[in-house]
Write a protein that binds this ligand. Sequence first.
Ligand code: NAD
Length: 366
Amino acid sequence: MNEKTVPATLKVGVVGVGWAGQQHVKAFSAIDGVEIVAVAGMETELLESIQSEFNIPHGFARWEDLVELDGLDAVSVAVPTFLHAPITVAALERGLHVLSEKPLARNGEEGAAMVAAARKAGRVLDVVFNHRRRGDVTKLKSIIDEGALGRPYYAKASWLRRRGIPTLGSWFTNPELAGGGPLADIGVHVLDYALHLLGEPKVISVSASTYSELGSQGRGGDVNYIAASSSHKFEVEDFASAFIRLEGGVTLLVEAGWASYRDQADLMDFRVYGTDGGAELRAAQSHEISEAGLRIFTDDDNGTSIDYEAETLEDGNHPAVVEEFVNAIRAGENEWGSHDGSVALSRALVIDACYTSAREQREVRL
Ligand SMILES: NC(=O)c1ccc[n+]([C@@H]2O[C@H](COP(=O)([O-])OP(=O)(O)OC[C@H]3O[C@@H](n4cnc5c(N)ncnc54)[C@H](O)[C@@H]3O)[C@@H](O)[C@H]2O)c1
């Protein structure tokens, strides 16, 4: 796509056919006026079955071949994290819009190069933060924004698993390929929606700890997760905790763990305390347990406690993110500048600071 015009039918390519790439294919295929013209992935049989199920004419084993295909308007990047930056930059330089999976990149430096490439190309760079599009999170956002909790001053966001290392020995456990462990993988989701819920306050400093007590012993692997596996050693953290100071004296605690001795539930938990009310959001996903809930705690005019379960909104998840990406492209070039990946970069910089803090055992200012 060389002109800054928007074609009637958007031609899209998806790189990666693992769990994430499949969500992209399903979501694009459900949007009128979007045609998936190519997919890329190294699993030949899976690639062919996706091509046949979704009627996709081109299939490639190498991402380079997909990005060079003539006639593309946009590319989705759903591959191991070390490939996010090279694919994104190559696609932007060809004038394509890019939707990248989270985390933006292995670190802030790579992420900054992606954002700079989007600005230089004048194209959209969106990053998949699907958890902020869950119905419980969007409901809580509207409750906070309408002032029902007063001024939020303290929040805690965690995503913890008992045995949830996404395949021991896969690319996820190699820092060169993944950039980090659960903090970069699932912590980035809860960090993202926590800062989004709190109204994007400036991050002042972080103080973090990381541990690698179970993964390094070959424990804590999720037998139900099927990321492409090889013989990588476990060289990332399996648990991380961060104390994050935000502007206005607000504190955010983040915990992200693939494995620790705790309840079996794969639990996402968010709590926020405000001057007029508080909220607790729980989303547990495991093979045995599934629960979700948003509870609000406040007082009536007489000071009597009112606690209630809020009805959550419809889940958006990947389809909502993909739809927003398509809508941003279709909105035309005036809209593209506000989709330059900079929110994702701000998350990457916080995560970089957490790793520095943990490594050097000190508080790091941003
Ligand atoms: N947003 C979410 O909820 C979510 C969930 C899972 C994963 N992810 C992210 O999605 C990305 C992929 O994760 P996954 O779990 O699907 O991984 P995966 O290992 O299951 O799949 C990776 C895919 O990339 C392909 N690939 C690797 N190298 C390639 C190359 N050189 N050329 C073409 N294809 C190549 C593989 O063949 C495979 O199809 C990661 O960045 C991960 O963080 C996001």
